[in-house]
Design a protein. Structure first.
Length: 153
């Protein structure tokens, strides 16, 4: 389980539009890595739109935003186009990044147990240290809370 103060695990994924999203490319820069279950579902759409709306403010702080799910790059590209998203979406089809960040967990819904992504966000500073962790995220006002924390870096 990743916690505040830990070194952020390295990652390297294909990404919609940009080709790749990696810790190496972000080295020396602060970033937000947020994990969400699936493209084009109500909560995931609201979260992506909220981060997109605040992207100029994150840009002013030089903080990159990377959303991560197990959806394919093709699904990400459709999601981006449909909702005019301006954030990077990484495709973790293998689940390696989800595993490294401890967000691939057992979930329960309507009495059914299954494995899935726990909606989580990690704020990482320019040195690669995790500065804040949000788990079991509620979408409402979450992007704003992450922006406020990023202002404190």
């Amino acid at each position: 389980m990743i916690d505040v103060g830990d070194k952020a695990p390295a990652f390297d994924m294909t990404a919609a539009g940009e080709g790749a999203a990696s810790a190496k490319a972000l080295k020396g820069k602060p970033f937000v890595l947020y994990f969400y279950p699936r493209d084009d579902t109500p909560g995931c759409t609201k979260e992506a739109i909220a981060f997109t709306a605040l992207k100029p403010e994150f840009d002013d702080l030089s903080v990159a935003i990377v959303g991560v799910s197990k959806d394919s790059v093709a699904k990400h590209e459709k999601f981006i186009g449909k909702h005019d998203l301006a954030i990077t979406l990484g495709s973790d089809e293998s689940g390696a990044v989800c595993d490294a960040y401890g967000v691939w967990v057992e979930k329960k819904n309507y009495g059914r147990t299954y494995m899935g992504i726990e909606r989580s966000t990690f704020l990482v500073d320019a040195r690669g240290a995790v500065r804040q962790v949000w788990r079991k995220v509620r979408v409402k006002d979450h992007a704003e809370a992450v922006l406020e924390a990023a202002r404190g870096l």
